[in-house]
Design a protein around this ligand. Structure first.
Ligand code: MLT
Length: 415
């Protein structure tokens, strides 16, 4: 008899964004004449930067010619891309990352979900609340949690992010209130944050790095939205913090930076100095474990896609990506202003493409209200965790025309 991985039965029935898609599809079917504007899932709408398109065309021509055709590439990514990343995303910001510490992949979601495989199943994990659901669900699937009780899994240390702490979590043994909690081994941090749009200062990240060093813990730092940082004081990478090379793994993506959600290219940095420990306390470089996992289970990103990603790092590419992210930040500003005009408190949207709105009411009810009365899709905050109750996330990823229309419709619906 074939048996299932029963950890899957602990999960909520479906993934948050599938849930929302189903509700929207049902509404659409019932009201085929109503137009719907989607400010829910963070999916980009604007075309790829011209440099990426040119690189894709050129690489496609190379694939059409026996002399330049490419079969399997290196699983970790071509040197031309890894070198460009090391230079532009790290050396240029004073962070020392070698090209061979970079693993090119098809998405930060996959990497954030897969990385937990290289850690023991009985470690203690710390996850912010609210949080991008992938970090939680993949640990549930792996058996690192108990049952879900009232929206929280047993065995996870939740780091609450609320207005009271500026949406930046306190260190696990120093909660803003309440009893100290036990120590943690693996900490998921995401800045600029999905869903709140909050950013962490150098001092806040330094405290986390020191905590991880002291506790032989590892930080998984999701920096998928770093291209939206405009405040020059805010670090773009955890490796801008002294000592982070020994305790942090970082995830980056071209999805939100250069519109690659449908094109798929991302990367994970595992410095050779980050260690994990076996049961006897012996140190092992995590780089070797991730390399083993990556080469066993992944065959590399398509050559034309890596060429398109490398084009982002040319001068023209950097200008085009800046224009693209500026465009979405322009939408974010309109959303923030409109919410404030409606008397709703919100954060985010200044160094991030998400606006976290305190609706003062049940977040699914507010979601339904916007869908039914305004034909606008947002994301209910409670879908990101208990602390998200009362909030919704509005995404700035859409055309200007749609954002403006959505804001007018929301204002009319809330009158
Ligand atoms: C989101 O809406 O949170 C993102 O689109 C999720 C993702 O990037 O996978």
């Amino acid at each position: 008899m074939i048996r299932i991985n029963e950890n899957y039965t602990k999960l909520k029935a479906s993934y948050l964004f599938s849930d929302i898609a189903k509700r929207v599809a049902a509404y659409s079917q019932a009201h085929p004449d109503k137009s719907i504007i989607r400010l829910g899932i963070g999916d980009v709408t604007e075309p790829l930067p011209p440099v990426c398109i040119a690189a894709l065309h050129a690489a496609t021509d190379e694939m059409a010619n026996r002399a330049t055709f490419k079969g399997y590439g290196p699983e970790q990514g071509y040197a031309f891309l890894r070198e460009a990343i090391a230079q532009h995303d790290y050396a240029a910001r004073g962070a020392k990352i070698e090209p061979d510490e970079i693993f090119v992949s098809d998405g930060a979601k996959c990497d954030c979900g897969n990385i937990q495989e290289i850690f023991a199943t009985d470690i203690r994990i710390a996850i912010t609340d609210p949080v991008y659901p992938v970090y939680v669900d993949t640990n549930v699937m792996a058996g690192r949690t108990g049952a879900n009780r009232d929206g929280r899994y047993e065995g996870i240390t939740y780091l609450e992010c609320t207005a009271a702490n500026g949406y930046i979590p306190a260190l696990p043994n120093m909660p803003a209130s309440g009893e100290p909690v036990e120590s943690v081994d693996l900490i998921y941090l995401c800045f600029p944050n999905n869903p709140t749009g909050a950013v962490a200062t150098r001092a806040q990240l330094t405290a986390w790095v020191e905590f991880a060093r002291k506790n032989k813990a590892v930080i998984l730092f999701d920096a998928a939205y770093e291209a939206y940082i405009r405040d020059p004081q805010i670090p773009h990478s955890i490796y801008e913090i002294d000592g982070a090379r020994d305790v942090a793994i970082e995830f980056r993506s071209a999805s939100k930076t250069a519109g690659f959600t449908g094109t798929r290219c991302a990367y994970t940095v595992v410095p050779k100095s980050v260690m994990g420990y076996d049961a006897a306390g012996k140190a092992h470089p995590l780089h070797a474990l991730w390399n083993r996992r990556h080469t066993t289970k992944f065959n590399g990103v398509a050559y034309p896609i890596q060429k398109a990603a490398a084009a982002i790092y040319t001068d023209a590419g950097q200008q085009q990506v800046r224009a693209l992210t500026d465009f979405y930040l322009g939408n974010a500003k309109l959303i923030r202003e409109a919410m404030a005009g409606l008397g709703l408190k919100c954060i985010g949207g200044e160094n991030a493409p998400y606006i976290w709105v305190n609706t003062g009411r049940d977040s699914w009810q507010f979601f339904d209200l916007l869908l039914e009365k305004a034909g606008v899709v947002c994301t209910p905050g409670v879908g990101f965790g208990q602390c998200g109750e009362g909030h919704v996330r509005i995404s700035a990823f859409n055309s200007r025309e749609n954002v403006e229309a959505a804001l007018q419709r929301i204002a009319a619906a809330l009158k």
